[in-house]
Design a protein around this ligand. Structure first.
Ligand code: NAD
Ligand code: UDP
Length: 351
């Protein structure tokens, strides 16, 4: 059992990972500024983990604060003796990063630098970092191994690549760092209870939440970006990973880091399976019993035809692989969307 600082723990991936870590017996301190999430997510995590009220404050402490603020970081590191950090906090919208690169370099890069400086002061040198398959850009080979060139094509991808570089420099500069950079492919789905899930702000940029919002009647139709890609049905192919598999991947990375000598690990977290846009549409229709009307439109600038992970290294180093496929992704994602048509805003007011 360890005491962990989870930055961005109220977000989509963070909330599911918090639940898995609480169920594994760890104590958590969450630092989140709620810029893209709701405190309600963490209330539901506490409820799903069935934390007895007497221990709740010790098991799950929530600090509203910003990773760029040294005083907020200090508060987090003095709330408890932190054994390791899982660093989810960041901005993740590709289009926004093109419009506002300074924001992305500020939150993702300068924020991570600030966090690492606070870890040094606190004497904590174990970190799991949320990286992204986006840093492979247009991949030269599919499935993509970790040795593929890092060649991001947008400011978001550059910000992730810059943090990976910083982590490598830091690990080389002083002994003792245990670091895992986890390159996620396409995280989707929800906890099977349907009580926590993805709650994007405004119109979703990503395929999966867009489709579930069409199925629930919040949006009229899906636009399928391109039907002339060199894929089996002409639509884009991605490696969709159930968020619970991803959460379990973080727990496995933590166990490996804490149980082995100091090291820097860089691993893909994906399933190794690709699915086209139309396959996802059909799977969601089948899980929901609803129709998902769609129109075939132009390709979206910046998209690649196919992005699929080679997950061999994660399996070898972590003893982890995905256990849930597209049917489970759609079943659980739909359960969340149906029970929470407006996301966490569907919740009755607290108290
Ligand atoms: P999310 O937006 O749901 O979660 C991020 C959390 O960080 C939110 O709760 C937000 O309020 C918080 N946050 C943002 N800026 C902060 C700051 N300055 N200080 C403190 N908290 C802050 O996103 P997510 O999908 O859960 O992604 C988590 C991480 O994984 C991000 O770093 C993201 O770049 C990375 N990632 C996500 C995906 C994806 O498709 N979801 C894919 C690859 C990598
Ligand atoms: N996509 C689509 N319509 C949408 C959103 C996405 O056709 O409204 C396609 C997109 O072109 C890609 C796939 O769905 O082929 C996954 O896109 P997403 O934005 O979810 O992930 P990413 O492109 O970042 O891998």
């Amino acid at each position: 059992m360890a005491t962990l600082l989870i930055t961005g723990g109220a977000g989509f991936i963070g909330s599911h990972t918090c639940l898995v870590l609480l169920e594994a017996g760890h104590n958590l301190v969450v630092l989140d500024n709620f810029s893209n999430s709701s405190p309600e997510a963490l209330r539901r995590v506490a409820s799903l983990a069935e934390l007895p009220p007497a221990t709740q404050q010790q098991r799950l402490r929530v600090i509203q604060g910003d990773i760029r603020q040294p005083a907020d970081l200090q508060q987090a590191f003095t709330a408890a003796s932190i054994d390791a950090v899982i660093h989810f906090a960041g901005l993740k919208a590709v289009g926004e990063s093109v419009q506002h690169p300074l924001r992305y370099w500020d939150v993702n890069v300068a924020g991570s630098r600030q966090l690492l400086a606070a870890m040094q002061v606190a004497g904590c040198r174990t970190l799991v970092f949320s990286s992204s398959a986006t840093l492979y850009g247009y991949p030269d080979q599919v499935p993509i191994p970790e040795t593929a060139p890092v060649q991001p094509i947008n400011p978001y991808g550059h910000s992730k690549a810059a943090v990976e570089r910083l982590l490598a420099d830091l690990a080389a500069s002083e002994p003792g760092w245990r670091i895992a950079s986890l390159r996620y492919f396409n995280p989707v789905g929800a906890h099977p209870s349907g009580r926590i899930g993805e709650d994007p702000n405004g119109i979703p940029n990503n395929l999966f939440p867009f489709i579930t919002q069409v199925a629930v009647g919040r949006r009229q139709q899906l636009q399928v970006f391109g039907s002339d890609w060199p894929t089996s049905d002409g639509t884009g192919v991605r490696d969709y990973i159930h968020v619970m598999d991803l959460a379990e991947g973080h727990a496995a990375a933590l166990t490996t880091l804490l149980g082995e000598p100091p090291q820097l690990l860089t691993l893909n977290l994906g399933s190794g399976q690709g699915h086209s846009v139309l396959e996802v549409v059909r799977a969601l229709e089948s899980a929901s019993g609803r129709r998902v009307p769609y129109a075939l439109v132009e390709r979206r600038p910046g998209d690649a035809a196919t992005t699929v992970a080679d997950p061999t290294q994660a399996s070898a180093r972590l003893g982890w692989r995905t256990r849930r496929g597209l049917p489970e992704i759609c079943r659980d994602g739909w359960a969340w969307q149906q029970a929470n048509p407006e996301g966490y805003a569907s919740a009755p007011p607290a108290g």
